[in-house]
Design a protein around this ligand. Structure first.
Ligand code: HEM
Length: 263
């Protein structure tokens, strides 16, 4: 619509233009948070799927080095997320979507890390700067706006129960692992039907009573959550390219990996 003069008798033009001016979030037809959150993060999901890290998964080219490094970051992320969810489990924005028995990932990741790195795995954890930023944000909102944890829990857990299930099978094949060895992260023994569980999760999300301000904050945080994940994948990819080259050149990294700063 390009109108240079204000229509007089045709008010519908104005009405249409006003609608066109509205943001994607404002234009959404459904009032369900589950629909809105999916809508506002649609484009971010496409970008997350298209990161080099996720493309390697989809092509069945995930290497052991890649997967081990990803697990280290997931360990830190879930340690922060689940720590904050546990601490805020009685908060009205958290309680309805608090499903530690069904969803908690931390122990599974620890099992996988032990499988890949051995007993001393804690000393071998390597995380890039983006992972630290993500964890910092999780702890910050846990302190200041616990209702925003819903956005992060949605992004991680519903992702793990959706595309994550396919990625687990691909990872197993690409790394030639025996069934489920080192792949507990992808297995949800407490969820017999991921689709039915996702339905329950969505209805719980929709039951939370948010003010308009809180709701738009949660939607914004969901986009941020995807962005933080994308930055982690990109950082891991860069870290792997650096360490890959260093291994090829048979040289020692000039800095410890945990301090690698990626712009
Ligand atoms: C949903 C694929 C990466 C978060 C889904 C669905 C598929 C999928 C098929 C189900 C869509 C539906 O039921 O309508 C993939 C693939 C990925 C990938 C192939 C990468 C190779 C990611 C990442 C994240 C993520 C990296 C977040 C960090 C989500 C979320 C949902 C979802 C939150 C639930 C959407 C909803 O129903 O509201 N994904 N995904 N995905 N994915 Fe992904």
């Amino acid at each position: 619509w390009t109108l240079t003069t204000k229509p007089t008798g045709r008010q519908t033009y104005w009405a249409t233009m006003e609608t066109e001016k509205k943001t994607a979030a404002e234009q959404m037809t459904s009032s369900d948070l589950s629909e809105q959150i999916k809508e506002v993060t649609r484009e971010s999901h496409v970008r997350a799927e298209s990161t080099e890290m996720m493309l390697s998964f989809q092509r069945g080219q995930v290497s052991l080095a890649q997967y081990k490094l990803l697990l280290c970051s997931l360990y830190e992320i879930y340690r922060a997320l689940e720590g904050e969810m546990d601490r805020n489990c009685n908060h009205p924005g958290v309680a309805p979507i608090y499903f530690p028995t069904e969803l908690a990932r931390l122990e599974s990741i620890e099992k996988d890390l032990e499988f890949f790195y051995g007993h001393a795995w804690r000393e071998k954890i390597v995380v890039p700067a983006a992972t630290k930023r993500y964890c910092h944000r999780l702890r910050q909102i846990g302190q200041e706006n616990p209702e925003f944890l819903l956005a992060h829990a949605y992004t991680r857990y519903l992702g793990d129960l959706s595309g994550g299930q396919v990625l687990g099978r691909i990872a197993q094949k690409s790394m030639g692992l025996k069934s489920n060895e080192g792949l507990s992260f992808f297995t949800f023994p407490g969820v017999s039907s991921p689709n039915r569980f996702k339905q329950l999760y969505r209805s719980r999300m929709n039951s939370v009573e948010f003010t308009e301000e809180q709701r738009s904050g949660v939607l914004e945080e969901a986009v941020r959550s995807f962005e933080l994940n994308i930055q982690v994948f990109d950082d891991l990819h860069k870290l792997l390219s650096v360490t890959g080259n260093q291994q090829q050149n048979n040289s020692t990294p000039s800095k410890p990996l945990t301090t690698v700063q990626i712009p």
